[in-house]
Design a protein around this ligand. Structure first.
Ligand SMILES: [Zn+2]
Length: 371
């Protein structure tokens, strides 16, 4: 697996980790003179000391992300973290998607039915989910790559890191240039059904010049020492500021999608279809309005970013009306509507140049009713 240049790089990285870089200097400037005299590389059992395997890992230009449990029944589990605001890493089983914050600990539990051969490893690789981007190597954005946050092991350009494991090695594939991080497979502790590997994602999904809002998958492969693939699993990853919130939103959108796909779709009430109409005619607000359109028991709160005060006031008015209509009993709604209709008529007759915005909405409402 580990070719010589990589092992050398790993040794270099080790050295960097053992000493502190001179101030302002790049880590690569460090020469041997900084090393303590007592430094003995064999102390750490570097990969250079190990026999080199004869074959390299199977590499294809377009990596495969389909699940393959293999003979060992390889699968992944994630601790349940919920969708609280404070959560820094949470996995959605419905979406098979991990939501996490930048550089925060993401525990992934590795499960096998049958123990793999001695010396097996677990490799994590990131790929772009969409086929139009899949050929591109996932790497950190230029900004974060320059940030001096290296743990001494991980190359600065690598998105995925392993936390708290000094045996983690970072690879760049000779053919595809893809990055991966490899840790030795460890048998579960007695009584535990899995072993945990802690991953960090070192860029946000939104990072300009990096992932740039393109969704990624993490592929975890169980491999023999000489790179033969034994099992493969993958999951989607979103690195963001509010993992709990984003998971909630995406799961509820997912459920709505599922609902609309099912044939037993209930027809929406007149009122709801009007709301839809008026919002799409303004600025297509996604968040709060959408929530209102769904079942009334949906108490989820969405926030919406609106450009321009005028537009904001407009949408706020719509939302306020919806909030109001939630508390006004249906029997009273018609009374109010009648009042407004007659009032609008009077205003039009009274040569008011144009109705105020709030009323405009009601005019539309009225029209849609007659249509
Ligand atoms: Zn970044």
């Amino acid at each position: 697996m580990a070719e010589n240049p990589e092992s050398q790089e790993f040794a270099d990285l080790w050295e960097r980790n053992l000493i502190s870089a001179p101030e302002g200097g790049s880590c690569w400037d460090i020469s041997d003179e900084y090393l303590p005299n007592s430094f003995d590389p064999s102390l750490f059992n570097l990969p250079t000391e190990q026999p080199q395997p004869s074959t390299s890992p199977p590499t294809s230009t377009v990596p495969i992300a389909t699940d393959y449990p293999g003979e060992h029944g390889f699968k992944l589990q994630f601790p349940q973290s919920g969708t609280a605001k404070s959560v820094t890493c949470t996995y959605s089983p419905d979406l098979n998607k991990l939501f996490c914050q930048l550089a925060k600990t993401c525990p992934v539990q590795m499960v096998v039915d049958v123990a793999p051969p001695q010396g097996s490893v677990l490799r994590a690789t990131a790929i772009y989910k969409k086929s139009e981007h899949v050929a591109e190597v996932v790497r950190r954005c230029p900004h974060h790559e320059r940030t001096p946050d290296t743990d001494g092991l991980a190359p600065a350009a690598h998105l995925i890191r392993v936390e708290g494991n000094l045996r983690a090695t970072y690879k760049e594939d000779d053919v595809t240039s893809r990055h991966s991080v490899v840790v030795p497979y460890e048998a579960p502790q007695l009584g535990a059904g899995f072993t945990t590997v802690l991953y960090n994602y070192m860029c946000n999904s939104s990072c300009m010049g990096g992932m740039n809002r393109r969704p990624i998958l993490t592929i975890i492969t169980l491999e023999t020492q000489d790179g033969q693939m034994l099992g493969r699993r993958s999951f989607e990853v979103r690195v963001c500021a509010c993992p709990g919130r984003d998971r909630k939103t995406e799961e509820s959108n997912f459920r709505k999608d599922q609902e609309t796909k099912t044939p037993s779709k209930t027809p929406s009430t007149t009122k709801r279809s009007i709301v839809k109409e008026s919002s799409s005619s303004t600025s297509r607000p996604e968040g709060s309005k959408k929530a209102k359109m769904s079942v009334s028991s949906d108490e989820e709160i969405f926030s919406l970013q609106v450009r321009g005060r005028e537009r904001f006031e407009m949408l706020k008015k719509i939302n306020d009306s919806l909030e109001l209509s939630d508390v006004v009993p249906p029997s009273d709604v018609d009374k109010y509507r009648q009042k407004l209709v007659s009032k609008n008529k009077k205003e039009r007759d009274g040569q008011t140049p144009e109705p105020k915005r709030g009323k405009k909405l009601m005019v539309k409402d009225e029209k849609s009713d007659s249509d």
